[in-house]
Design a protein around this ligand. Structure first.
Ligand SMILES: [Zn+2]
Length: 248
């Protein structure tokens, strides 16, 4: 279900007027996930069976045209870095993404803007992404193009190893040690964005994206967690059940 409000007060600025279509995760990350067959929906929607926007991913209407434009350079950067730039394996568990030094500001704003959009969009697919009292702080940061320091918020990016083709996973909350993160997936990658003040282990702290990092982005690689795999199985099962019931 997408939110069917076509006009109102922009969630980013005080403009009142028509909304534009805003993707939460840029659609470029969704199209490579489409299977070759007719039914792409299994891979996109977990339980509600409504898969209207499966071809381009989930979007909502909550921004004025100007504020949608504000996000474009960060979306473009994220798309370029994660989908077009070179990737070089450094050992079995680390991937170097991009050629030169990655752009700390644009990368963080790309991730923060996805999380903010997920938090405000009102779409049930993103229901578990809640910035709560940080929503307004993020909004201001995005308006100011301010990525914050490396610890505010901490962001860690993983490249996922899918046992079969890549799948779009539903964003969720994840606890690492005593720190709480929102996990948002885009293509074969996932970003962990810290939403509390908890401390990280030294090993996790080392993976946090920092403005001091030089050279390509280092993304650790990992297999899917068991609960991620279980979620995919459940989604496929539910989809199958709905299809069988509707006789299609
Ligand atoms: Zn606006």
């Amino acid at each position: 279900m997408n939110v069917q409000v076509n006009a109102g007060e922009c969630r980013m600025c005080p403009t009142v007027g028509p909304f534009v279509k805003s993707h939460i995760v840029p659609s470029a990350f969704v199209s490579p996930l489409r299977p070759d067959g007719e039914d792409a929906t299994v891979r996109m929607y977990p339980t509600d069976g409504r898969a209207k926007n499966v071809w381009t991913g989930v979007y909502g209407r909550f921004l004025c045209p100007e504020c949608e434009k504000l996000m474009q350079p960060w979306d473009d950067y994220g798309t370029e870095l994660f989908l077009q730039e070179s990737r070089v394996a450094q050992g079995p568990d680390v991937l170097l993404v991009g050629d030169g030094t990655f752009n700390y500001q644009k990368l963080k704003l790309f991730v923060m803007s996805m999380v903010w959009r997920a938090s405000v969009c009102g779409h049930e697919y993103f229901a578990r992404v809640r910035l709560d009292e940080r929503e307004d702080e993020y909004r201001q940061r995005l308006l100011d193009s301010d990525p914050g320091t490396s610890t505010d918020p901490r962001i860690i990016i993983y490249k996922l190893r899918f046992p079969f083709g890549p799948v779009a996973l539903q964003p969720c909350v994840y606890t690492l040690g005593d720190a709480k993160f929102i996990m948002i997936y885009f293509g074969e990658f996932v970003a962990y964005v810290q939403v509390d003040g908890g401390t990280l282990s030294a090993a996790a702290e080392e993976q946090v994206i920092s403005e001091q990092d030089a050279g390509p982005l280092r993304a650790a690689c990992r297999d899917l967690y068991d609960w991620e795999l279980a979620g995919i199985r459940e989604a496929a099962k539910e989809r199958f059940r709905l299809q069988t019931r509707s006789g299609s």
